[in-house]
Ligand binder design. Structure first.
Ligand SMILES: Nc1ncnc2c1ncn2[C@@H]1O[C@H](COP(=O)(O)OP(=O)(O)OP(=O)(O)O)[C@@H](O)[C@H]1O
Length: 390
């Protein structure tokens, strides 16, 4: 008679399988396996296939705790040979937390820039407010992340921070908070993008009715903190949503991120072009490279096939022409995003339209723009993405 026990995996094989399964659980904020981060301190299986996993969280009130626990339990239960699983949750000691911070930073010291030559830094600016700069930035971030790249997004628009809402991280006056592990600040992740915003540092204040009225030095310190204390890890692309105009923040970004490339957003309205050109010139004065212009709120297609040019036409081309010269070469008009009611509605709902409705004309234009930005040319779907450094 065959012995069923002879076919059963050996206990050490089951345990090895359990560790492999746990290695597939990623911390939702750091996006790395919990086993690499030292968050699983013990994992064992008894002779009857009962698995016990000891999970160690950074802080008791870790916002992602429930999700990590549920993912760990599901992974343990799915390991071959495991009949039943239990997860015991504990909190790291201060020493374990320091070791965790070291692992997250990969040995890099706090003050060295985390954005090296392999990170593309793209700052999105505009002359006037309300031209759709934040919507463009949020959708670009989501579209680039959807192509498998690691993306960070800094909302540096202190007076008009709207990125948390556009990325689904803020609703009913509550904004998702970053996780703090001692001095390390981990940005929340949404639609595959690591997001940080001034709107996440208002404590209990309702972002809908709170104004940030800081002056230059305070703003500079905030941007500096976003770049040094907020841990983005190895991101391929870092996008920054700058405040409209030519203010202190743009100058700070120029000093702190000299490798930043600048994308200028304008509307088709010729009157908006002068202001857009001025914001690009400030970027140039701080040593940044303007890489192109995006025209937003271009013609709205009508049911009868005509196009309603609500904001006129030609603004994007005008800005591109005015910024192109012998010294700087041609500054191309990289894309023209049409007006679209559903694009706006998806933004209001916190789901970038490029993900929610990729076939919408505005989404199509932004997916194409994302593609051009990361490949340096028009869309080449299916080909690998050669990221050009800095
Ligand atoms: N292509 C578009 N079609 C329709 N609505 C759009 C489009 N682009 C942006 N909008 C809408 O226009 C409004 C302003 O957009 P957004 O907040 O992105 O602009 P902004 O330039 O970042 O503004 P601010 O600088 O004041 O923060 C939003 O309600 C947004 O949904």
């Amino acid at each position: 008679m065959p012995d069923p026990a002879a076919d059963a995996p050996r206990p050490d094989e089951v345990e090895a399988g359990l560790w492999r399964a746990l290695g597939r659980v990623r911390d939702p904020e750091i996006l790395r396996p919990i086993t690499d981060l030292g968050m699983v301190t013990e994992a064992s299986v008894d002779a009857d296939g009962r698995a016990i996993v000891q999970l160690s969280l950074t802080i008791a009130a870790c916002p992602a705790a429930r999700r990590i626990e549920a993912d760990t339990l599901a992974a343990a239960a799915s390991a071959p040979g495991v009949t039943e699983a239990r997860v015991d949750v504990g909190v790291m000691s201060p020493e374990e937390r320091q070791a965790f911070i070291e692992r997250v930073r990969g040995g890099r010291a706090k003050r060295t820039s985390q954005f090296g030559a392999l990170t593309r830094v793209i700052a999105v600016t505009s002359g006037k407010g309300g031209v759709g700069k934040s919507s463009i930035t949020a959708n670009l971030a989501a579209a680039i992340a959807a192509r498998g790249l690691s993306v960070g997004l800094i909302d540096a628009d202190v007076f008009g921070f709207s990125i948390p809402a556009l990325m689904g991280l803020s609703s009913d006056g509550r904004t998702e908070q970053p996780t703090r592990v001692d001095e390390l600040i981990l940005p929340p992740v949404s639609h595959g993008v690591k997001v940080i915003s001034i709107g996440m540092f208002l404590g209990d204040a309702d972002p809908r009715s709170t104004a940030v009225s800081w002056r230059g030095p305070m703003l500079h310190r905030t941007v500096e903190q976003f770049l040094s204390d907020v841990w983005f890890g190895d991101v391929d692309v870092l996008l920054l949503d700058l405040p409209p105009g030519t203010g202190d923040i743009a100058i700070s970004v120029g000093q702190l991120l000299p490798q930043a490339e600048v994308l200028v957003v304008t509307t088709p309205q010729e009157a908006a072009a002068d202001v857009a050109v001025r914001s690009a010139l400030v970027a140039r004065q701080t040593g940044q490279r303007v890489i192109g212009v995006v025209e937003n709120m271009a013609g709205l297609p009508q049911p009868d096939g005509t196009v309603l040019e609500l904001f006129g036409s030609g603004g994007g081309r005008l800005v591109s022409e005015r910024l192109s010269d012998e010294e700087h070469g041609e500054i191309p008009l990289l894309g023209s995003v049409p007006l679209s009611a559903s694009f706006r509605a998806h933004g209001d709902a916190g789901t970038p339209a490029v993900l929610a409705e990729p076939e919408d004309p505005a989404s199509l234009a932004l997916i194409e723009l994302a593609s051009r930005l990361i490949t340096g040319g028009p869309s080449r779907v299916g080909t690998p993405l050669p990221l050009s450094p800095g």
